[in-house]
Design a protein around this ligand. Structure first.
Ligand SMILES: [Zn+2]
Ligand SMILES: [Zn+2]
Length: 245
């Protein structure tokens, strides 16, 4: 399996050479390519990417609005994400419904959606993805994973939310102002990796601290936090390729 991080930028104004486009990854396996997320930066460009299928984590602009003009291939998304994309010119035979905790197979790659807390307007999932002996978890935006133990069990690489390094971007929402929404820091996600014995973490969906900052300095800081927890860490950049077997 190969993972190509074609975009690693979060929903921010800043962009850089390393983080130019909204976070998206291509999972290549047995000569097929599945694109995860298709945000605004991929509008029109998705036809050039030309994946075999697209899997969506949630309906926020930086994850789904690239499909506003339609899709070159089948799209897999949960009910609330389809609700947001209902008027998009994606033909019915290209619309596939993803159900939480119901694994589905695309070209030999298994995807299983786990609900994560992130937004009430655009409920999100993370995907447990396996092909051959490779097992990863991909979740670009989250406050927390509802069934974290099951989601991360035996996972080799956690690919997580790089919106913030140490300060939570979380506010309380909902009618009773008691539902946390937003983004959990990298530091907390590294602690989850330690707890669930995930040896390696990669962060995508980079926030302005990373995109506008000095990545050598920040990288060293993040590596130190990871080392304390016995986890290997990398910050993904646009075009980064990962060969797994
Ligand atoms: Zn996002
Ligand atoms: Zn989001």
């Amino acid at each position: 399996m190969k993972i190509t991080f074609i975009g690693t930028r979060g929903y921010i104004d800043a962009k850089s050479r390393r983080h130019r486009r909204h976070s998206s990854a291509i999972i290549s396996y047995r000569s097929k390519r599945v694109m995860i997320d298709c945000g605004l930066d991929w509008r029109k460009k998705v036809w050039k990417v030309n994946p075999d299928s697209i899997v969506i984590t949630h309906g926020h602009p930086d994850h789904a609005f690239g499909l506003k003009d339609g899709s070159p291939c089948p799209v897999y998304a949960t009910e609330p994400s389809w609700e947001i994309m209902k008027r998009y010119p994606i033909p019915a035979p290209y619309r596939y419904l993803v159900k939480e905790r119901k694994p589905f197979k695309l070209y030999g790659i298994t995807f299983e959606a786990f609900s994560v807390l992130h937004s009430l307007i655009a409920p999100a999932v993370g995907y447990r993805i396996s092909g051959g002996r490779v097992l990863i978890f991909y979740v670009p935006d989250l406050v927390y994973i509802n069934e974290r133990y099951k989601a991360l069990k035996d996972v080799q690489i956690y690919i997580g939310d790089g919106a913030t390094i140490t300060n939570p971007i979380i506010r309380l929402s909902g009618p009773n102002r008691d539902v946390p929404i937003g983004h959990t820091p990298i530091r907390t996600q590294l602690t989850w990796c330690k707890k669930e014995k995930v040896p390696r973490a990669i962060f995508t969906h980079c926030g302005s601290k990373i995109v506008e900052g000095d990545e050598r300095v920040l990288g060293a800081k993040i590596r130190a936090m990871a080392k304390e927890r016995g986890v290997e860490v990398e910050i993904a950049y646009d075009g980064m390729e990962l060969f797994l077997r």
